[in-house]
Design a binder for this molecule. Sequence first.
Ligand code: FE2
Length: 469
Amino acid sequence: MGVLARDLSCLVLVVVCLILSVSELCNCGITSSYLRNDDLSLDMPLDSDVFRVPPGYNAPQQVHITQGDHVGKGVIVSWVTPDEPGSSTVLYWAENSQLKGRADGFVLTYKYFNYTSGYIHHCTINNLEFDTKYYYEVGIGNSARQFWFRTPPKVGPDVPYTFGLIGDLGQTHDSNRTLTHYELNPTKGQTVLFVGDLSYADDYPFHDNNRWDTWGRFTERNAAYQPWIWTAGNHEIDFAPNLGEPIPFKPYTNRYHVPYKASDSTSPFWYSIKRASTYIIVMSSYSAYGKYTPQYKWLENELPKVNRTETPWLIVLMHSPLYNSYVHHYMEGETMRVIYEEWFVEYKVDVVFAGHVHAYERSERVSNIAYNIVNGLCTPISDQSAPVYITIGDGGNLEGLVTEMTEPQPSYSAYREASFGHGILDIKNRTHAYFGWNRNQDGYAVEADSIWLLNRYWSPSERSSVAAQ
Ligand SMILES: [Fe+2]
């Protein structure tokens, strides 16, 4: 018996060693077994109910809001009146209050090739109370329309807050599914972090800007009630010198205003806001970002300003991902990674969200900053000071999914799946946040991928002492 037991234990030891050695060698990232076809989904037809024009002469349409200052006490309200300028005034009042405030905005129009826009209004409301529900009204007479929003709680380290993550949305039936699933998610998002590529109007002949209008009407049902934080993508560039349109970002900058001056930025394409316990930095993949450029200088000054004891969560939004193992757009973010990854690690950015690739991917915490061209250290390594990189360009636009992946799955890639969907970033306190990715095909209640994010600013012992409280 003694000999048999010894043989058995030897066998167990050999098997364990084999398993360990295989797991050392194997790549542990997950490529989802979900298989999609890459059929293109058409945009919803112009007479779809989601594009319905509100009734009434010159009724405001395409209503959307975004944060209007640096800390969340301001809101920019934007809308379009189709027939005449009308009023650029917003009336607003706190819930349970009869006292109406009034903010005066301004109106603009723009032309793009053979298209002339409606009257686009932008109005900033300032000095709101934190954590308060406000009603607001735009338009005049019988055509006036009412909406509401809730301001975020006062900025502070342990303020829970929930963000939705949407990218590359477009206006197909899949786009509508993504937005509906976001709205129906039992974890209610309070603000959308949008990682670029809005309407895809530029995929139409002459960049048909009517598709910017339909997109504005489609998203109003959510964007009029909660702020969408905008990032510019390549489909916002609309650079078409052959059409006599050589100025980049013309439709986007006329339609979507952001509070860039509040963070001392000189451009709407890069800026920052604080919201609850987060510090959000928006970057532009399609503006100059090399050393000495305005964007570079701004970020160089910006990162040291972030007070992690006030806003422990440091989040970066950009359009083109720095880590991407799909074939499509492979390495497009590489030049930006070479310049900025070192700062992201130094300043312990918690998570970098990007879009562009029409699929989902989450990275391990890795960095690739040791490489200097001649030393051969070109493989990303595990780095606990590095952010998690999440690609969420899977909103569902007319260009369809990308399904082709680089093989084998690189070690930096933790999970990848070519499905449409949306994300929820649910911040619990200064140390813990939960990120879930919901694929459309499962219905709203199923998360296909999730991760607990442990805040990078605090040491492991500080994190566990907060968790124990
Ligand atoms: Fe893109």
